[in-house]
Design a protein around this ligand. Sequence first.
Ligand code: F6P
Ligand code: MG
Length: 471
Amino acid sequence: EYPHYPPYSPRDRRSFAFDTVSRRWPIILTQVIDAIYRASDAGQYAQPEAEQEGIELIKRIGQLKYGISRNVVMEPIQDDGGSNIELFNSMLSYLEMQHENTWFTAPWLYAECYLYRFLRTIFAFSTNWKGFDPFREQKERTFQGSGKGVFDLAGMMHKLEPERDELAKNEKALEVLFIDMVQMCLWGNAVDLSLLTSLDLEHLAELQDVGAAAQTARSALILRNDTERLWNHVRQLKNARLDIVLDNSGFELFTDLVLADFLVTYTPFFSEVVFHPKTLPWFVSDVLPADFSSLLSSLTTPNYFTEAPTPLQAQHLSALATRWRSYVASGVFRLSVPPGKAEGERMGEVVPEAGVDWWSGPGVYGLMSESEDGRAALDALDGSGLAIFKGDLNFRKLTADVAWPPTTPFPTAIGCLAGRFPLLALRTNKADVIVGLPPGLAEELDQREPKRDWRFSGKYAVVMFCPEGET
Ligand code: F6P
Ligand code: MG
């Protein structure tokens, strides 16, 4: 039976689960309160009725915060017409039978998904704040501060242009570049620009050295790295579809787009990309459809970035933005958006797919085939040349967030997803769960870092690949 091990839970006081529920959530909820407060200072939310309602919302979120600290029972999600209510509530009933239906006794993964869904109902039941994303400003501000990384990557992409022909005939160069691109996209999840490779394509030969050196330096931090196997799969593809189950907005999304662009524009392997966003404000920074379109326009908005680009940098960035917009217009880049859910989103060929809400639900991916929505989300990934799952939360959901022995093979940990389509997880470690490590490594790291920080500090990462047909 899957999964065989106990879920990570705040009941273990040494866990990052406990730290999150007791310390990080109160901070996040306080930020939500601040966001409402600031929004009601001007514009549509400052209208007397909206402002009054804002005060009510702040009170409810204050109650939620207090309830968590008092370890109260989690109430069923009220029907706000939104997604995944049945699944949330049936899982909650099950937890109630186990006497695990309070904030500090429920499995961490469930409680955390519930938290964001519960927050959503608070806004959904309002009259004036239905469409309010309490994390919007935060996401935007962080991206505005990411100018340097953005300009660097745009410059790097610019340098690829004259190398197009060379890349078409030099497979080794393509491989080196591919490896660097995967790592760039991986560290985009750390949202730590200092970890970003400075890719340079001036001379391909030199690049191979630079790539190799940089690779060695960073590979010590990648606790499990399947990039070579991944390459052996990718190099055989022709005009395949790439799927990216997105994680965070802003800089990470920018790195996702760079990887997607590289694969479509400079390699024969892929010719289309489907991006899978969230459909409700999720784990603070996850991509909503509106974040996707706002990123595309921000790239050419004057004075958007805190640090101004040089005219040349602005040119490179604008060239990139133009190409990406043309890909969106022609359907080469598609955002998987539910019908009717993304008002104002007129982005090329929007694909109305069933199952799009699955990614903003409580279900673990290894059991996807057991629910109708999960099956629909799975069906949408079938036929993919590669499905990339970005970030920590996706990794927790892939592995069910349970205490697997650290040496558990990745395919075992991902349940029904194993072997169905080629699957890649790019994750910087920000939670307790870990699998796929060689024998002894977890013990060695535990000894080196007795507080178990290596599991959740974001310093380490994993690149895990499960090919089609492997279980
Ligand atoms: O708050 C818990 C958590 O899931 C952590 O595991 C992680 O730090 C974060 O939220 C989400 O990280 P990511 O954006 O990489 O999924
Ligand atoms: Mg996230």
